[in-house]
Design a protein. Structure first.
Length: 365
């Protein structure tokens, strides 16, 4: 049973619309603010806590409020509500109908994400994370992965936002290190070896792992037939060069990815800012790409099984979205509904993505 129920009011400000999902420590809901419209609400599962303990859990919201950036999820409010089991801490943030980068990546099926799109996703993630790394002392995320990057559309087109700063932490100002947390197949070698060795370079490793996944449909240093997020990387295994996974990865982009994944942290980009500079300078190759004799086949099994698709519900939502979009007043709701449909049935993305881009700009299609 979920902590909150559809239709429930939190105070006289938020009404719960529906449950979105959950992690180990919190549940997330789509809610409607009485005056400000639709938002997402993260509610912590722990009950029976004292007020100081709840305030500690809300440190994620405090960190997010300190590093505002278009590519980091925005926090609107943080508070406490009474429940039958005791006090619950919560905070509200932007609602992104499009879902996670994991869902976006899977929506391409047995095709690969276009190289330019993969690089643009990482550029935007780096722009957001660069702000956190530039704090004094730096804030490190410690759990960068596709599930913690949200992908949606706004009037400017595709926009990526880094989310879930629940494990984020300011590093020790003397050592520039913090205790290691996060998802092991995206953790750097030093973080897996030493509990106190997470750093900005560790976030860079996770960004590199994400770009390796987006371009090659597998994770670095792992068995391609492994168990997804549960895999333990094997750093004695040679890194399969990205261009062998995807012939469209040119030599310069390959250098960028490989530098992110250097075993020794001193050989990586020190922060997201330096990685961003190289990604901003990268341009797609204009010369014809020489096709390899063999290229690794594409699949989307690297992060484990996907949620069961629901084609009929998704197509029904898409039809409702198209109806809403016949009115200028319904364009925002139509775009949200269509992006939610993409999550249920990713094949719809290629059919309706252009419509969503127009609707986000206030243009009826």
């Amino acid at each position: 049973m979920t902590l909150l129920q559809d239709g429930q009011w939190i105070g006289n400000t938020y009404q719960v619309e529906r449950f979105l999902g959950e992690g180990a420590f919190a549940e997330v809901y789509r809610v409607r603010h009485r005056f400000l419209g639709r938002q997402a609400m993260k509610v912590f599962k722990a009950t029976g806590l004292t007020l100081p303990e709840i305030e500690t859990m809300l440190e994620e919201a405090v960190l997010l409020s300190q590093i505002g950036h278009p590519n980091i999820i925005r926090v609107f409010d943080a508070n406490i509500t009474e429940a039958p089991t005791g006090m619950l801490g919560y905070f509200t943030m932007e609602y992104i109908a499009g879902g996670s980068l994991d869902q976006f990546w899977r929506s391409f099926g047995n095709k690969r994400i276009p190289i330019e799109t993969a690089v643009e996703v990482l550029r935007q993630a780096c722009r957001g994370l660069s702000v956190a790394h530039a704090e004094q002392p730096p804030i490190i995320h410690r759990d960068i992965k596709p599930q913690n990057m949200l992908v949606g559309y706004d009037p400017g087109g595709l926009r990526v936002r880094i989310s879930d700063f629940g494990l984020a932490k300011r590093v020790n100002p003397l050592t520039l290190l913090a205790s290691a947390r996060g998802t092991r197949c995206f953790k750097s070698p030093e973080a897996l070896r030493d509990f106190q060795a997470d750093s900005c370079a560790g976030d860079v490793w996770a960004l590199g792992s994400t770009l390796y996944l987006l371009t090659g449909d597998r994770l670095p240093y792992t068995d391609p037939a492994g168990r997804g997020l549960e895999d333990m990387p094997d750093y004695n295994r040679p890194l399969l060069q990205p261009s062998l996974l995807n012939y469209q990865v040119d030599p310069r982009l390959e250098q960028i990815i490989v530098r992110c994944l250097a075993i020794r942290p001193q050989e990586r980009y020190p922060t997201a800012r330096e990685l961003l500079a190289d990604l901003e300078a990268w341009r797609p190759a204009t010369a014809p790409v020489r096709l390899p004799a063999y290229e690794q086949p594409s699949s989307k099994a690297a992060l484990g099984p996907a949620a069961s698709p629901n084609q009929s519900s998704a197509e029904s939502m898409a039809r409702r979205a198209m109806t809403l979009a016949q009115s200028a007043a319904g364009l925002g709701e139509a775009a949200d509904l269509m992006e939610e449909a993409f999550n249920l049935w990713p094949a719809l993305r290629s059919q309706y993505e252009y419509n969503v881009r127009l609707w986000r700009r206030g243009i009826m299609s």
